[in-house]
Design a protein around this ligand. Structure first.
Ligand SMILES: NC(=O)c1ccc[n+]([C@@H]2O[C@H](COP(=O)([O-])OP(=O)(O)OC[C@H]3O[C@@H](n4cnc5c(N)ncnc54)[C@H](O)[C@@H]3O)[C@@H](O)[C@H]2O)c1
Length: 136
């Protein structure tokens, strides 16, 4: 608790799935959370703004600001994005992964939490693969 105290988190696509889980997790750790999404969800606490993040990116980029920029490269994660994928394909995703399962949104949210926290204060420009050891 409190790893993001006094921080403001802007979560793009924060209404559901991976972004939604990040909003919940960041909130638990004390951040003020603002979700920017095309849709407004119900069910958890954050400020939501309906906004196309293509515009937001321009809006929030300030020259010279000391910000760290990191990236998460997820493997196959159990969200609604996989709803239309046939079960046979889902099974092959699981079978081909060393962990023999899909990832869960909380596992991406926890990685994002680490990168957003002061624990990652000197990590900048990094791509963190969170994929159970999957090889692409
Ligand atoms: N779930 C996976 O297995 C997986 C794996 C690798 C990468 N990804 C990527 O991670 C991202 C999130 O995945 P997810 O499973 O949570 O997807 P999702 O479709 O469940 O959620 C995406 C959210 O982003 C919002 N959104 C889309 N375009 C937007 C825009 N222009 N402006 C504002 N909001 C916008 C949507 O309304 C939605 O709420 C996607 O880009 C996806 O391609 C997902």
């Amino acid at each position: 608790m409190g790893r993001l105290k006094d921080k403001i988190a802007l979560v793009t696509g924060g209404s559901q799935s991976l972004g939604g889980e990040m909003c919940k997790r960041f909130k638990e750790e004390g951040a003020t959370v603002v979700s920017l999404d095309l849709i407004t969800p119900t069910g958890f606490e954050a400020d939501f703004f309906e906004l196309n993040v293509t515009d937001a990116e321009k809006e929030f980029t300030r020259k010279g600001a000391q910000i760290r920029t990191n990236c998460i490269a997820p493997g196959y994660i159990n969200t609604s994005i996989l709803d239309t994928v046939p079960e046979k394909i889902i099974q092959s995703m699981k079978d081909s992964n060393p962990m023999k399962r899909l990832g869960e949104p909380i596992e991406i949210a926890n990685a994002a939490l680490f990168l957003a926290s002061d624990e990652a204060s000197y990590i900048n420009g990094h791509v963190l693969a969170v994929n159970g050891g999957m090889r692409i």
